[in-house]
Every structure is written in structure tokens, then in C-alpha cells.
Design a protein around this ligand. Structure first.
Ligand code: HEC
Length: 157
């Protein structure tokens, strides 16, 4: 019996070491002029909120703490990033037309209001990503302002 446990522990350790060689590509790209932080004059609190709570999964640049680099956690992190960027990529804000931006702002507003973003699993580990009522209100206020500007400019054309 003890021998079997020893063998299982060894297999477990070997597996853990071997999977470390299968790491997803890191999401670390260049920050271009199209990034939302370069495109928009955001109030300080909105800037911080997006930086702390959204950009890791919704931009081309993720900050990786050490545990995010360890498989199998790194696989889950990579999945969130891929799926998150598929829905919304703040690094490409400048490439979106007014229509897409209005749609994105509506989606963001909804996620923030319903507290479905940032993802719970992320907030559990990244305390600074837990949004306060003040942060949520500031983000929504900016969204409403920007949204109505975009609607106005696209109907004037
Ligand atoms: C840990 C990664 C992660 C973080 C952090 C994160 N998101 Fe997401 N987000 C995702 C993933 C994965 C999806 C796609 C799956 C889903 O909708 O749950 C998504 C989807 C979305 C969508 C599209 C929803 C839809 O279905 O229309 C919006 C909008 C969004 N996120 C906004 C935000 C905002 C705003 C923040 C910051 C306040 C944020 N997210 C933080 C991972 C993340």
C-alpha cells in the first residue's frame, strides 16, 4: 500500500514538472496608439479601474504574477485572455468605428452594472480588481458621456 502511494506521488510530481514545458504563448504585445488609454481622455479613476480590473484579459498586455506562469493555472489564464480578447480588446479601441464602440460601451455598461465583470475567479486573487461603487459609477458616467458623443457625431455625418 505504501509503495503504491509513493509511486502515485512520484507520478504526480513528474506530471507537474512535465506539464511546465507546455506553456501557452504570453500575451505581451506593443502598446500602440490604438490603445484606449492613448485614444481617450479618461478621468483618472476610470483609467485606474480599467488598468486594474480589465486590461489583463481585454488587451494585448497581461501582467503575469508568478503563479499565472505555472501550469495548469497558466492554461486557464490563457483561456480567459483568448476568450476575453475575442469579445473586447481595449488595445484595438482606435481601430473600431463609432458603431462598434457604441456596441462595446453598451456591453461594458451591462457587465459592470450587473457585476459580472471582472470575472469572479480573477477578483478572488486580484483584490485590486474588486470594483467599488464609486469606480462603477465613474465608469458608467464616462460610458454614458462617451456613448452620447458617439451617437451625436455619427448621426451628424
Ligand atoms: C480574468 C479575465 C477577465 C477580466 C479581468 C475581465 N474580463 Fe471581461 N471577459 C472575460 C471573458 C473570458 C469573457 C468572455 C466570456 C464571458 O462573457 O464570460 C469576457 C467578456 C466580456 C464582455 C463581453 C460580454 C458579452 O457577452 O457581451 C465585456 C463587455 C467585458 N468582458 C468587459 C469587461 C470589463 C469592463 C472588465 C473590467 C471591469 C472585464 N471585462 C474584466 C474575461 C475577463
Amino acid at each position: 500500500m505504501r509503495k503504491i502511494i509513493k509511486i502515485l506521488v512520484v507520478i504526480g510530481i513528474v506530471t507537474f514538472v512535465v506539464i511546465q514545458f507546455f506553456q501557452p504563448e504570453k500575451n505581451i504585445g506593443e502598446i500602440t496608439e490604438n490603445h484606449i488609454l492613448k485614444q481617450e481622455q479618461l478621468p483618472e479613476i476610470v483609467q485606474q479601474t480599467i488598468k486594474n480590473a480589465c486590461l489583463d484579459c481585454h488587451s494585448n498586455n497581461t501582467r503575469y504574477p508568478w503563479y499565472d506562469r505555472v501550469a495548469p493555472v497558466s492554461w486557464m489564464v490563457n483561456k480567459h485572455i483568448t476568450e476575453g480578447k475575442d469579445e473586447l480588446n481595449f488595445s484595438e479601441w482606435g481601430e473600431m468605428d463609432a458603431y462598434d464602440k457604441i456596441g462595446a460601451l453598451e456591453d461594458i455598461r451591462q457587465e459592470v452594472e450587473q457585476k459580472t465583470m471582472p470575472l469572479k475567479a480573477y477578483v478572488a486573487i486580484h483584490k485590486e480588481a474588486k470594483l467599488t461603487d464609486e469606480q462603477r459609477a465613474a465608469l458608467i458616467a464616462w460610458i454614458d458621456k462617451k456613448g452620447s458623443e458617439l451617437v451625436k457625431s455619427s448621426t451628424e455625418e
